[in-house]
Design a protein around this ligand. Structure first.
Ligand SMILES: NC(=O)c1ccc[n+]([C@@H]2O[C@H](COP(=O)([O-])OP(=O)(O)OC[C@H]3O[C@@H](n4cnc5c(N)ncnc54)[C@H](OP(=O)(O)O)[C@@H]3O)[C@@H](O)[C@H]2O)c1
Length: 175
């Protein structure tokens, strides 16, 4: 990924149940590869984020505090989301429930040309984001990828099965 952004990846909501696992896994993966991915953790409490880095460092045996920056960003403060998205090539958004907290993050990502991945599964959020931001995201070359992870896997497998077994050509599929 060629990028002029400061960070390849920002994990937003790193202090949550899911976010902490993402931090551990990203820490593990990036410490094993040579390319030197640049990344940061983000959330509304700097203190909590520092503790997450400490805990993850102890778990994986790698000092993340030296290589991972901490950004303070709050869903309720638009300028902090813009600041985060402006520095990120990709925002991994772990802040939910998405129907309450998701839109401002998608909006900031599209505005500031950051790709966005989340672990949502709420149909109303998914569809309204597609309606509102699809056109602008396409124009800017930004990917908004939703529904990644555990709960979404059965639906994805269902689509894959249907595509493989459908007697004819498949164009688009809806879950
Ligand atoms: N795809 C799936 O299979 C799947 C499965 C389970 C859940 N989910 C989704 O994933 C979401 C996260 O789950 P979780 O269990 O990790 O939740 P969680 O432990 O409650 O974590 C929520 C995170 O959001 C942050 N947050 C809340 N309000 C915020 C705000 N105003 N600004 C910035 N950050 C804010 C919290 O920060 P603080 O630490 O500061 O409070 C925390 O880091 C759920 O809401 C759900 O939508 C998906």
């Amino acid at each position: 990924m060629a990028t002029s952004k400061k960070y390849d990846v920002v994990v937003f909501g790193a202090s949550g149940f899911t976010g902490q696992y993402v931090v551990e896994e990203l820490g593990r993966v990036t410490s094993e590869e040579e390319r030197g991915l640049t990344w940061a953790v983000a959330g509304r409490s700097e203190d909590k984020l520092n503790k997450v880095l400490e805990k993850a460092s102890a778990t994986i045996g790698v000092d993340l505090k030296d290589v991972v920056d901490v950004l303070v960003a709050d869903v309720e403060k638009e300028e902090t989301l813009n600041d985060m998205a402006a520095q990120a090539q990709l925002v991994l958004n772990c802040v939910g429930p998405y129907r309450f907290f998701g839109e401002p993050v998608v909006k900031a990502c599209v505005k500031n040309k950051a790709h966005h991945i989340d672990i949502s599964g709420e149909p109303q959020y998914l569809e309204s984001m597609q309606f509102k931001y699809d056109e602008e995201a396409k124009k800017k070359g930004v990917y908004i990828v939703q529904c990644c992870g555990f709960d979404s896997v059965p639906a994805d497998l269902g689509v894959l099965y249907t595509v493989k077994n459908f007697p004819g050509k498949t164009g688009t599929t809806d879950n």
